[in-house]
Design a protein. Structure first.
Length: 243
């Protein structure tokens, strides 16, 4: 079965080679890039990817645009900071394609260690699907794939390397909080919620979701996600209009 891989990117020169090389079992790789000033496009083209540059219109819009450019009916959706594991590649190569879409787990790493805590695992998502059965929806953040059809699960994993260091982790949380607050603008949470949400998030991630089992990595992720929770409600409350 012929498969088109679709990736979206912005300033991913440190990751783009890894993800494209892991997609060598697909029949084409389409990259939708938001005018990266780094070497993302150059590297992708050197590896044979079909590169299309488009102004950023949000995650769902970029992904749907990439799907519209695909030559094949089967789509494999990836992010630039991900990689198809060898086990998953082998599994897809031998797949009979009896379903309309396939759920795949994503395993995220932090400082070289897989993090099966803090809500990061198993992170199931439909990644391989028939294009006519699915469409991405959402605005600038928190997009979701609306899918109709028969779904099966695969055993292999997508490997995810979201943050190179602590600084990038907190910068990304700040970015996501601003995008979320901009989308929800008009709501006014109470100060009690602004204060309670991050506390609840930290306790949930560090204790209930077993962050404490992963030492300083688990603590850092729990704290960063609590920071995200605080900032998004603080901005929504009116802490600043710069979003």
């Amino acid at each position: 079965m012929k498969i088109s891989a679709v990736i979206i990117s912005y300033n991913e020169e440190k990751n783009i080679k890894r993800v494209i090389k892991s997609l060598d079992f697909t029949n084409e790789t389409i990259l939708v890039d938001s005018f990266s000033p780094d070497r993302t496009v150059e590297i992708a083209r050197s590896l044979g990817a079909k590169v299309f540059q488009r102004k950023w219109e949000g995650y769902a819009s970029q992904r749907n645009y990439g799907i519209s450019l695909a030559s094949n009916s089967w789509i494999f959706s990836m992010d630039a900071d991900e990689e198809v594991s060898p086990e998953l590649r082998k599994e897809i190569k031998s797949l009979k394609f009896k379903a309309d879409g396939y759920l795949i787990r994503r395993e995220s790493f932090f400082y070289g260690k897989p993090m099966h805590c803090c809500g990061w695992w198993p992170d199931w998502g439909v990644r391989l699907f028939k294009r006519e059965k699915a469409k991405w929806e959402g605005e600038k953040v928190h997009e979701s794939l609306i899918f109709q059809g028969k779904i099966e699960r695969l055993r292999g994993k997508v490997l995810h390397y979201p943050f190179s260091d602590v600084r990038e982790l907190f910068e990304r949380m700040g970015k996501y909080a601003k995008l979320w607050a901009g989308r929800e603008k008009g709501r006014k949470p109470s100060w009690a919620r602004v204060c309670a949400e991050p506390i609840g998030t930290f306790l949930r991630d560090s204790l209930l979701k077993k962050g404490f089992l992963y030492g300083w990595r688990g603590f850092t992720i729990s704290f960063a996600q609590a920071y995200y929770s605080f900032l998004k409600y603080f901005l929504l409350k009116g802490g600043t209009d710069e979003y």
